[in-house]
Design a protein around this ligand. Structure first.
Ligand SMILES: NC(=O)C1=CN([C@@H]2O[C@H](COP(=O)(O)OP(=O)(O)OC[C@H]3O[C@@H](n4cnc5c(N)ncnc54)[C@H](O)[C@@H]3O)[C@@H](O)[C@H]2O)C=CC1
Ligand SMILES: O=C(CO)COP(=O)(O)O
Length: 347
């Protein structure tokens, strides 16, 4: 099967490397012709994955037409901030009947839609061919062929299994899940927690504070996620706790590093410039505050983080206010149907 991956940043390059290593004809589309040429001829992508050697079989081009022609699987992997700008051009080129996966961890800022919704809007009858690739997976470790587990979520079991088969190998173990909404929301909302944990680290707080933010942050993710149609069980899986763990503990995490710089006193713009790659948690925090209001869900950590990021709120004051909220129960009442909604499609 030919695989076309759109977006030659760290994760697009990481995923394309796995497809190529597994023997699939793989073409990585890079907007920047110099990066396409470097990947094609030198087998490196120094801007986004410095020091990594990429499979010699991995091809790259700056032509969308050449990348998409004849592909059986199209993978979208640009940052969410660019999805609105590129999706129409990609959608026009998706070959008839091809599977369409995306690995984007963010919302479309303009519409607040999940990326699979944006794709479904642009590609007619895409639902059964759509797949979300999520889970704890830093590109730096994937290109170094270190053991990694991810999840392919799709409405249609054959679609999930086709992408699973294309990615599985000795260092990449892939699970399937019918919960498209939950996989997308888990991967997207975990970046808020990573930023918050980074801020706590930057302020000099310890492991207790991080554990509190991770646990209560997951409660916030689950509350909003269930309201938006996700299964609670998905948040206990790879795209939930798995991704929260990796993003809050890894030196590779862009969101954690950005939060830590802010906790240390840097302004948001300075922190983003220093990290120099997509920091999805920033636009996601803005969108999530709006979604929390729309769905009438309480998300105090997310709201305080938005205050720190966008309203110059003093991080130490935000922590004091979180700690002095009214007393509360830990466990909320949930309906059994929220734990695992009955899957309607053919899983
Ligand atoms: N880096 C990682 O390890 C992982 C990243 N992700 C997700 O993958 C998505 C992509 O992130 P990264 O690869 O990390 O970002 P990155 O910052 O490494 O690279 C972004 C890439 O997108 C390209 N790009 C930006 N705007 C574009 C546009 N308008 N048209 C075409 N290309 C454009 C850039 O040129 C660059 O190649 C994000 O949603 C991220 O959350 C998911 C799992 C792991
Ligand atoms: O989603 C990711 C890893 O699964 C990458 O995001 P971070 O770099 O912020 O951790």
């Amino acid at each position: 099967m030919k695989v076309a991956v759109f977006g030659a940043g760290s994760w697009g390059t990481g995923l394309a490397s796995v497809f190529a290593a597994n023997g699939h004809e793989t073409v990585l589309w890079a907007r920047n012709p110099k990066i396409a040429a470097e990947i094609r001829h030198v087998h490196t992508n120094q801007r986004y994955l410095p020091g990594a050697s990429l499979p010699a079989a991995l091809d790259s081009t700056d032509s969308m037409d050449a990348a998409a022609a004849g592909a059986g699987l199209v993978v979208v992997c640009v940052p969410s901030s660019s999805i609105g700008a590129v999706i129409h051009d990609i959608a026009l080129r998706v070959p008839r009947g091809a599977l369409i996966a995306h690995a984007v961890k963010g919302f479309d800022r303009a519409t607040r839609q999940r990326v699979s919704e944006v794709i479904a809007r642009e590609v007619p009858d895409a639902e059964s061919r759509l797949c979300v690739i999520a889970g704890p997976s830093h590109a730096e470790e994937v290109v170094a062929q270190m053991p990694t587990t991810i999840v392919c979520a799709a409405y249609c079991r054959q679609t999930a299994e086709a992408v699973q088969d294309a990615l599985m190998n000795q260092y990449m173990r892939v699970y399937t899940n019918p919960d498209v909404v939950g996989a997308e929301l888990g991967g997207t909302l975990k970046n808020i927690i990573a930023l918050a944990v980074g801020v706590a680290d930057g302020l000099g707080f310890g492991d207790n504070a991080k554990a509190a933010l991770i646990t209560r942050g997951l409660t916030e993710i689950s509350r909003l996620g269930v309201r938006m149609g996700a299964s609670l069980l998905t948040f206990a899986g790879l795209s939930g706790i798995g991704d929260v763990f990796v993003t809050c503990t890894s030196r590779h995490s862009r969101n954690f590093r950005t939060g830590r710089l802010i906790g240390q006193g840097k302004r948001l713009e300075e922190a983003l410039a220093e990290v120099g790659m997509a920091v999805e948690g920033v636009p996601t925090t803005q969108t999530t505050v709006e979604l929390a209001r729309e769905y009438n869900v309480e998300m105090p950590i997310t709201e305080k983080l938005a205050g720190i990021l966008f309203e110059h709120m003093d991080p130490a004051k935000a922590v004091r206010e979180l700690m002095s909220r009214a007393r509360n129960h830990e466990i909320e009442e949930i309906a059994v149907s929220d734990i695992a909604p009955a899957w309607k499609i053919d899983f």
